[in-house]
Write a protein that binds this ligand. Structure first.
Ligand SMILES: Cc1cc2nc3c(=O)[nH]c(=O)nc-3n(C[C@H](O)[C@H](O)[C@H](O)COP(=O)(O)O)c2cc1C
Length: 147
């Protein structure tokens, strides 16, 4: 059966979107047949599709040390569905202007009882380093094992 992963992101000035597209590209290179990974703009969340998904990647700009409000809606609306979502793998990434430390994103994943895979990837602007690429690939491989 096809496994469905949604990469939910918000991007105002394009940095987070660029990282999301790189991650999507890495997924298509690394994932086996029978896996579908799709981008979902957090301004157009499809909750039925999200409830039926097998895993998630969440990307947001750092806004005042927190995720964008659009991304927070993912967590706000799916909190009551956490029994269904429990244990599904997720990994997070952040675009920032100097500080990529947004602990609340991790905490929100924990509240939804998702299984966080690897460390969050924090990228200044959209400048993805070779270390970031390596972390993204490790996170994807770990997620594939859990699906
Ligand atoms: C409203 C607002 C708040 C921000 N707050 C922070 C912040 O607290 N720390 C930080 O490092 N960058 C902060 N930034 C910078 C953005 O995180 C950064 O420019 C990011 O790359 C934007 O992503 P985007 O191009 O996908 O919209 C803020 C930007 C905006 C517009």
């Amino acid at each position: 059966m096809t496994k469905n992963v949604y990469l939910v992101y918000y991007s105002k000035t394009g940095n987070t979107k660029k990282i999301a597209e790189e991650i999507l590209e890495s997924f298509s290179r690394l994932s086996p047949h029978g896996m579908s990974v799709r981008l979902m703009d957090a301004r157009e969340l499809d909750f039925a599709a999200l409830k039926a998904a097998d895993g998630y990647v969440i990307g947001t700009p750092n806004y005042f040390g927190a995720p964008s409000g659009y991304v927070k809606i993912f967590f706000d609306e799916l909190f009551t569905e956490r029994a269904t979502l429990k244990g599904r793998p997720v990994f997070c990434f952040v675009s920032h202007g100097g500080s990529g430390d947004i602990k609340r994103l991790r905490s929100m994943c924990d509240w939804l009882e998702l299984k966080t895979v690897g460390p969050a990837v924090a990228v200044r602007g959209a400048r993805i380093s070779s270390t970031d690429t390596a972390t993204i690939e490790t996170n994807i491989q770990e997620m594939i094992k859990l699906l």
